[in-house]
Design a protein around this ligand. Structure first.
Ligand code: PEP
Ligand code: CO
Length: 460
């Protein structure tokens, strides 16, 4: 029987539903105090920014823009540092430049940052040498150290997470306002960074050629006085995180003067994870009522009928710019799992569903290396992205964006690719507390590969 949505929604109505992956806090009073504190703090983002992102996503749904979403699997409080934030911003900017140039359309830049602190785990507990403790659920919940005190869920960490998200966002806004990312001077912010990035000569040359061409094109556009120059050069950044901890999300969910509805003001674009998208679950209940654009992760087990129901519950008025479907199938499964979903949404009866299809080629390709370290193979990541391009081409649907786990630093977490990282190299600089991320070079390689795979056939 189709799922019937209850009529009354409030920022707290999710509490009547079963919440998968919710933290079990033992100190109720401390949770109430943390939530009250969060409620009293000013928002991190504004409803105007959220609405702007929704209108950009609506354009991406029409094929006029491309969405690039990327950052850490799990941000940590310790990593709230100038260098790590700036290098994430830089790699996302550089990738977007490659995509703007390759796809000939503007890119919407969305960081997995300023709040990506809560993680779903496959097991609630972790056992080491006969000792069993709660798993690490992200810095919003507990600490990674394998000690009883550190692993106990601590409600006050929600407030600390919020404060660190604010500091992160504050620095990002200042960098951008200060001209850090002025596209008129790509040579200023690119090349210096590339010098110490250990880039292969081939990638460096491709990138240098492209920034030169882009700089010339910008100057030409300016000389000709084209109206679109502003749009091309204005660097905007939006934030996103998995809206997993509903105590945290709902504490900053509020009405805004002179606007209807409720906005989640912790982030521009929250998303529902693959493990928490049950139709009758707490997350779908919470997400259906907020005005933000939202994402949903879709894995290979999702059936077409289930997806259509999910779309209708989450976007009952079929609003453009509201819903992003982030498919994460795995290289081996995508050509079987994705086409039926694309077909079902495209041919859905009565009305055309407005969705933005985004490819996450990371989460279906995790594996354990021989030494037990969690890794991903760059070849599979690239293969999934290329298969997604093919599947969308065949279905006549739009490959609207990429969702990636990456860092601007030279970590060794994913194997393969032009960087030639082997399993033996994984221990050199494995810094992620959660999933393995693309490093600087792998991220840039991915951007070039996506630009190639998605270019219109005539331009290839
Ligand atoms: C994630 O994005 O880190 C994640 C847990 O993804 P998924 O919900 O797709 O497994
Ligand atoms: Co992850």
């Amino acid at each position: 029987m189709p799922w019937k949505t209850p009529a009354v929604w409030s920022p707290e109505s999710w509490k009547d539903r079963l919440a998968a992956h919710q933290v079990v806090y033992h100190d109720r009073a401390a949770v109430d105090a943390a939530v009250a504190k969060l409620r009293s703090l000013p928002p991190l983002v504004t409803s105007g920014e959220i609405e702007r992102l929704r209108s950009l996503i609506a354009e991406a749904q029409r094929g006029e823009r491309f969405l690039l979403q990327g950052g850490d699997c799990a941000e940590t409080l310790a990593d709230c540092r100038a260098d790590s934030i700036a290098s994430k911003l830089k790699i996302l900017l550089q990738m977007s430049l490659v995509l703007v140039h390759g796809l000939r359309k503007p890119v919407i830049r969305v960081g997995r940052f300023a709040g990506q602190y809560a993680k779903p785990r496959s097991s609630q507990t972790e056992t080491r040498h006969g000792v069993t403790l709660p798993s690490y659920f992200g810095d919003l919940v507990n600490s990674a150290d394998f000690e009883e005190e550190a692993r106990r869920p601590n409600p006050h960490l929600m407030v600390r997470g919020y404060q660190h998200a604010a500091m992160t966002l504050n620095f990002i806004r200042s960098l951008i306002d200060g001209g850090f990312a002025d596209l008129h001077h790509p040579e200023y912010w690119d090349l210096r960074f590339m010098e110490h990035a250990g880039l292969s000569n081939e990638l460096r040359e491709q990138y240098q050629r492209m920034t030169r061409e882009l700089g010339e094109a910008l100057r030409l556009t300016e000389i000709l006085g084209e109206a679109s120059i502003d749009d091309l050069t204005r660097i905007e950044f939006f934030t996103s995180h998995e809206g997993l901890n509903l105590q945290y999300e709902s504490a900053q969910t509020r009405p805004v003067p002179r606007k209807s509805g409720y906005f989640n003001l912790t982030t521009h674009l929250p998303w529902i994870g693959e493990r928490t998208r049950a139709l009758d679950g707490a997350h779908v209940e919470y997400f259906r009522g907020i005005r933000n654009p939202i994402g949903v992760k879709i894995g290979p087990a999702c059936r077409p009928s289930e997806l259509l129901e999910l779309i209708d519950v989450l976007n009952p008025d079929n609003e453009p710019g509201r819903l992003i479907l982030i498919h994460r199938m795995g290289a081996a499964k995508i050509m079987e799992a994705l086409p039926p979903l694309l077909g079902a949404v495209r041919e859905a009866p009565t009305l055309k569903r407005h969705v933005l299809w985004v490819c996450d080629p990371m989460h279906g390709n995790s594996q354990n290396a021989g030494n037990g370290v969690k890794t991903r193979n760059m070849n599979e990541i690239l293969a999934e992205m290329e298969s997604a391009a093919e599947a969308h081409r065949q279905a006549g649907t739009i490959f609207g964006g990429l969702h990636l786990e990456l860092t601007g630093e030279d970590v060794t977490e994913c194997v393969g690719g032009a960087a030639g990282i082997s399993e033996a190299d994984l221990t050199i600089n494995y810094a992620s507390l959660c999933d393995p991320r693309l490093n600087y070079q792998q991220a840039l390689e991915m951007a070039f590969a996506a630009a190639r795979a998605l270019r219109s056939p005539s331009a290839r």
